[in-house]
Design a protein around this ligand. Structure first.
Ligand code: ATP
Ligand code: MG
Length: 442
């Protein structure tokens, strides 16, 4: 048994070993190496304390000194996490409280799953595998290190991590681990929203089909606890939703998030929900999409996503996954004006994914082409694109007021119908006349 170990990895280990500190490569890199997958992401566990690590290397970054983690830059400038051996001293279900340890064995004992509790000595070329993680990897089994009930109770995030790793490597969860996991699912409410979110984002951003982990979320009861809006979907809609998520690229996990949340408007309206007419200025495609926006925003706010992601994802959700019927140029421009041309690319990919899952639906390609051509022609889509502005109204002798915006919006309607009319000579007389009328009634 020999792992292909890069020179830079040996260099870091040698530097620490020559100073007298036992040092191992651990975690994902060893696991992925055994699976025959290459990884650039080598992490280390060492006897050296963080300040000793920092003294030995020229370039280091204090990543989490309290947790014992120092970032070490190798000679190619790639950063590696070097973490002092640790053991758990106290746990509260939300995270483990750790202290430094003297032996790699202690460090491996606190790790979550057998496939993650592997260590490789880059110089002696020895694999340390006290829980037969290699056997589990070969058999395709995910199981906890130690008693599953206890390991989940120490840190309930391990429930979601189990689902993610099982999905990622297509592993069966060992029956004992599964039983404890299902029993632990109700305790997921105790986790911080950020940790719950990061798990979902990793599932959506992974190259393995997210449907595998997400199906396990549902089967284990985790969905019911952390994503009740998704739990409410019936089986058929849930299956279809997962298929659409899979059909999107892992490079845009937020678009996958939109595909996942887009159907949540479907179950019956709930009495306690806010009116979907008023969704932060977003005009949704239809009442179901409007309800989806309200519920998707509730999920995303609960997960504490940034305002940018919230706006982006809810904008995609607002249109649903199926393309609108837009037969004329004017209809297409009005639609683009409403949703914002910057969201177009996301919609096109959502429609394509939806169509791939259900080829009996209308092919979105012709509409996609027409919309792309429309955008490429650069038509005026917002008041700021008009050939006349509020300054023209002031030059006409008017005092600024809210009616300025209304008059300009009216002109935008004209040029959305016919972009050729967006010329000063064409618009000034109309502006003059409408402004006189509006000022008269203002
Ligand atoms: P990835 O390729 O996703 O980074 P990874 O195995 O490196 O996979 P990380 O989340 O980076 O996963 O964690 C690194 C290692 O730390 C894991 O392999 C595992 O041994 C350990 N670990 C991480 N989080 C926990 C946890 N909550 N409980 C126990 N051990 C954990
Ligand atoms: Mg990692």
């Amino acid at each position: 048994m020999k792992l292909d170990t890069p020179d830079e990895v040996r260099w870091i280990a040698r530097t620490l070993e020559e100073a007298g500190y036992d040092t191992w490569a651990v975690g994902g890199a060893v696991r992925d190496g055994l699976r025959g997958a290459r990884t650039a992401d080598w992490d280390f566990a060492t006897l050296a304390r963080p300040n000793q690590v920092r003294r030995l290397f020229r370039k280091t970054v204090p990543l989490g000194i309290d947790h014992g983690t120092v970032g070490v830059l190798d000679r190619k400038g790639v950063m590696h996490e070097v973490t002092t051996f640790r053991k758990d001293v106290d746990t509260d279900g939300r995270h483990a409280v750790i202290s430094f340890a003297d032996r790699i064995e202690d460090d491996l004992a606190r790790r979550d799953f057998t496939i993650n509790a592997l260590a490789w000595h880059p110089l002696r070329e020895v694999l340390l595998d006290p829980y037969d993680g290699r056997g589990d990897l070969e058999a395709g089994v995910l199981r906890t290190v130690g008693v599953p009930e206890e390991r989940f109770a120490e840190d309930y995030l391990r429930v979601l991590r189990a689902l993610r790793f099982a999905g990622r490597f297509d592993l069966r969860i060992h029956p004992d681990t599964w039983a404890a996991l299902v029993a632990s699912a109700p305790e997921l409410v105790r986790l911080s929203p950020e940790r719950i979110r990061e798990e979902l984002v990793k599932v959506l951003g992974g190259t393995a089909p997210p449907s595998r982990a997400l199906a396990l979320y549902r089967a284990s009861g985790a969905t019911e606890v952390v994503y009740p809006e998704l739990h409410a979907l019936d089986d058929a809609l849930w299956e279809r939703t997962l298929a659409v998520v899979d059909a999107l690229s892992p490079a845009s996990e937020w678009l996958r998030m939109a595909a996942l949340l887009a159907p949540v408007g479907h179950p019956d309206p709930r009495a306690d929900e806010p009116s979907p007419d008023d969704v932060r200025g977003l005009r949704a495609a239809d009442p179901i999409a409007a309800r989806a926006v309200v519920r998707a925003m509730a999920v995303l706010s609960r997960l504490r996503v940034s305002n940018r992601q919230l706006d982006q994802v809810s904008g995609w959700v607002a249109e649903g996954l199926e393309p609108p019927v837009l037969e004329t140029g004017a209809e297409r421009r009005r639609w683009l004006a409403r949703v914002g041309p910057e969201r177009l690319d996301g919609y096109l990919r959502l429609w394509q994914a939806r169509h791939r899952v259900d080829p009996s639906l209308a092919d979105p390609a012709p509409l996609a082409r027409a919309l792309r051509e429309e955008v490429a022609a650069g038509p005026p889509l917002k008041v700021g694109d008009l050939a006349v502005t509020g300054r023209d109204l002031i030059a006409l002798g008017h005092r600024p007021g809210p009616w300025f915006g209304e008059v300009l919006e009216g002109l935008l309607e004209l040029v959305l119908d016919d972009p050729a009319r967006n010329e000063r000579d064409e618009l000034m007389p109309i502006l003059t006349e409408r402004a006189a009328r509006a000022a008269g009634s203002a």
